[in-house]
Write a protein that binds this ligand. Structure first.
Ligand SMILES: [Zn+2]
Length: 572
């Protein structure tokens, strides 16, 4: 069972059309709009594995009571919501679970149950406190035990048919939605067998790798070291770091030799262990350890969307270990890097937020004063516009977040800089000061792209798929006018390839019309399309369509290569 809990100021809903053939008849009350204020709403998907109704009801009630207790809710809304799962139970089971839960909860709460089997319109206002949005997954292990005892029996071709092909519904998407362009340019795909995890195709992976190459080059020059830490780590480490208490619902767990391991949802603890691998001196600070880290975070599959919200993401992370005196300088360095990256890609922040000390916090007040002042003075020095989010910092330190907009006008956090006074203590990190006394460093967590997946999504939509040439998966395509021109076209490809060995160049010699081939190359947003016909052969020139411009330009092969090489090398 999957449940999304929302603590709301109010919710109102009304049954519209039948969603099932024979849903339960509506009472007079249910035919009208129903409204309740100040309630805990449980959006529920009852799944195939919930066939034991009694057990399912008891687990659901346990979860509802737990959350209702924490937020002191007296009103409960049971809201059947099929969109959280692709493995729903039969309607009969689902309705039983909902009805019985309602009966039981009535003893302690005022309960409202939304109609089952109807499309409903609904409106709600979610409160803004930290527990107001929570999800729970209720799972029963029984079936697994039954399988263990007997020999596993399955039919591969049957299973294959169960893997439904995910087809993109484009009807509600903008033309420049990254999912549409991703398909046109053959960048990536998704499959139901790995929700929220991207299958990068060759073209998309080129883009991904070019972004990483550029990032590495810049970070090397900016005094960062690069590390790579394990993908799964003993659960203990997450208890030390503090992620366990705050985050355990989102962590993928696994077992190995009877030990509990977690698939990393963050890169921080790995970096802490690298820092701790030997004794450190003030001379090494600031120590900037960067990591292109792949992290996994559980999210309900219903809330995933293309590249923007994923389960598996690549973070361009870094942890800077520094002294208190170095904070301002380091933050300034990070913000310069962020500005440099976003200028390079011609992207503009929708807004920048500085989040300051929350009510519940750790660390000395003086340190908070210093840290907030450091962040703010850097923003001012850089003449950046920002809003202050008072009290919205992490309990371990203040932060600056950078937000960008997508094609649907939604904003997404990309870069972030966070100061941390907690983790150094929890991991007992230290360094020898110039007086040889032990001191505790401060940590700056920061990402620039944020998640590479999300950044690529933003970039695709902002550029409508027309990336600068250095990023383009295919940089040049050579088309033959007719069969007669193929040999000469091959000769040209050889010449260009010799002059620019790393060029991503391909050819289309199919027996199709030139218009058709140009159209396809344009769909792929290939920046340089060379058409070779009789005339070009005779004149020894190249006719080039540049970046979607219908005007054809003429070059000799030499001229073309010089221009192209300069453009790619300059990453323009
Ligand atoms: Zn971190």
């Amino acid at each position: 069972m999957k449940v999304l809990f929302l603590h709301v100021d109010y919710i109102k809903f009304k049954a519209m059309k039948k969603a099932l053939k024979n849903p339960p008849e509506l009472t007079e009350k249910e035919k009208k709009e129903q409204k309740i204020s100040d309630a805990l709403v449980a959006m529920i998907s009852v799944e195939k594995s919930d066939s034991d109704v009694k057990k399912s009801v008891s687990e659901l009630i346990k979860n509802i009571k737990d959350i209702a207790g924490q937020i002191k809710a007296k009103n409960i809304v049971l809201y059947p919501y099929a969109h959280l799962s692709s493995s729903l139970s039969s309607p009969e089971i689902a309705i039983k679970v909902l009805e019985e839960s309602e009966e039981k909860l009535k003893k302690d709460f005022k309960v409202l149950r939304a109609p089952f089997g109807y499309y409903k319109e609904f409106e709600l206002k979610v409160k803004g406190h930290p527990l107001s949005e929570l999800s729970r997954e209720i799972r029963f292990e029984e079936n697994v035990d039954a399988i263990k005892g007997s020999e596993e029996k399955y039919n591969p071709s049957q299973l294959l048919r169960e893997i439904s092909k995910t087809k993109l519904d484009t009807s509600k998407l903008k033309e420049n939605d990254h999912r549409i362009i991703g398909q046109q340019m053959d960048l990536f795909s998704f499959s139901e067998v790995a929700p929220g995890m991207i299958f990068w195709h060759n073209n998309g992976l080129i883009l991904y790798n070019e972004l990483i190459n550029f990032w590495r080059e810049v970070h090397r020059k900016s005094g960062y070291q690069e590390i790579s830490t394990p993908q799964i780590l003993d659960k203990k480490l997450w208890q030390i770091s503090g992620h366990w208490e705050k985050y355990k619902e989102n962590i993928f767990l696994t077992k190995y030799e009877n030990r509990d391991f977690a698939v990393k949802p963050m890169n921080c603890p790995g970096a802490m262990l690298v820092y701790k691998s030997r004794s450190r001196s003030y001379k090494e600070l600031p120590l900037r350890l960067s990591e292109i880290g792949v992290v996994h975070r559980q999210e309900l599959s219903g809330t995933l969307g293309g590249l923007f919200r994923v389960i598996r993401m690549t973070q361009d992370d870094a942890h800077i270990f520094c002294s208190e005196e170095q904070i301002e300088n380091e933050v300034e360095g990070v913000i310069s890097l962020i500005n440099m990256f976003y200028e390079k890609f011609g992207l503009q922040f929708d807004h920048v937020e500085l989040s300051t000390r929350p009510e519940k916090r750790i660390g000395d007040e003086k340190l908070w004063d210093k840290a907030e002042k450091a962040l703010e003075s850097v923003l001012k020095k850089k003449k950046m516009k920002y809003k202050i989010n008072k009290g919205d910092g992490a309990f371990y330190g203040p932060k600056i977040d950078f937000h960008l907009k997508d094609s649907q006008e939604r904003t997404w956090q990309c870069s972030t800089v966070q100061l941390d006074f907690a983790m150094p203590g929890r991991f007992e990190l230290e360094y020898a000061g110039s007086d040889n006394r032990k001191k505790t460093p401060v940590i700056i967590h920061r990402v620039i792209y944020g998640s590479l997946e999300r950044f690529i999504g933003i970039l695709i939509e902002d550029k409508n798929g027309r990336f600068p040439t250095w990023l383009s998966p295919i940089q040049v395509r050579v088309l033959s006018f007719t069969e007669r021109n193929v040999d000469y076209a091959k000769k040209i490809i050889g010449e260009i390839g010799k002059k620019i060995p790393n060029l991503r160049l391909d050819a289309d010699f199919r027996n199709d019309t030139v218009q058709g081939k140009v159209k396809e190359a344009e769909m792929m947003r290939i920046p340089y399309i060379i058409v070779v016909g009789d005339k070009e052969k005779k004149e020894k020139t190249l006719a080039v369509r540049i970046k979607g411009n219908p005007k054809i330009e003429k070059f000799t092969t030499d001229e073309f290569c010089i221009r192209l090489e300069k453009e790619i090398e300059g990453k323009k």
